[in-house]
Design a protein around this ligand. Sequence first.
Ligand SMILES: Cc1cc2nc3c(=O)[nH]c(=O)nc-3n(C[C@H](O)[C@H](O)[C@H](O)COP(=O)(O)O)c2cc1C
Length: 225
Amino acid sequence: MVVKILGISCSPRNNSNSKSMLEHAMTEASKNCGDGVECDIIDLRDYKIEHCNGCGICGKTTITGEYIDCLINDEAESILKMMENADGFVISTPVKLSMPSDLFTKFMNRTRILKNQDFKLANKPVGVMSVSRRRSGGGELAIMQVWMPFIRHGCLIVGGGGKVSSHGAVGWASSRNHVLSDDLGLEEAVNTVMRVIEVASLLKHKDPPADIRHEFCYRSGGRIS
Ligand SMILES: Cc1cc2nc3c(=O)[nH]c(=O)nc-3n(C[C@H](O)[C@H](O)[C@H](O)COP(=O)(O)O)c2cc1C
């Protein structure tokens, strides 16, 4: 049973620090694992992704009970399929005014359909890395903002678990690929990927007893009249 980890790079620029750090960490972490682990990376900037228009169709069903597809026809759907097939995620984002990238936010809004259609991402672990130009430029704050939509999805947030990475990884870099000389940031990044692999493997090989399964309902708590 292969454990599949999907890395998602969220910088709008090419040869980004976010992607370099993610690639380095996925490659190094893979060396610690056997054939049972598969790591893939996608770069959001390579995909045509439109904004969610808030039409609210996702989660609605036809009269015969089938879910209705997202009305936007672009390349987001192929990423959603990859997410459904993955056992865990590693997100890598630049820090933008102490926030994750707008590309990340734009894409995450499009993942709402996976939540509204039976919480397809529930129980998958997520680790996050960010890259900022300043030592204290909002790196951990950006990481925590990335956590939030995944918590809505019912995902399981993990940190780094190693000596240096409580909340994930914060790279310290400015120009393209500069992060590859930030040894501490790279160490945190490898720890974060390893932790995602570890938790994804644990979950893949163990099923909880049927009577303790939790029922997700995306409608609960919403105002309907
Ligand atoms: C619009 C914008 C906002 C930024 N905001 C911050 C910030 O709040 N804190 C910080 O330390 N660096 C900030 N930076 C610097 C980037 O985080 C830094 O250059 C990072 O290495 C970019 O990563 P990337 O190559 O993956 O895009 C900002 C850069 C831009 C273009």
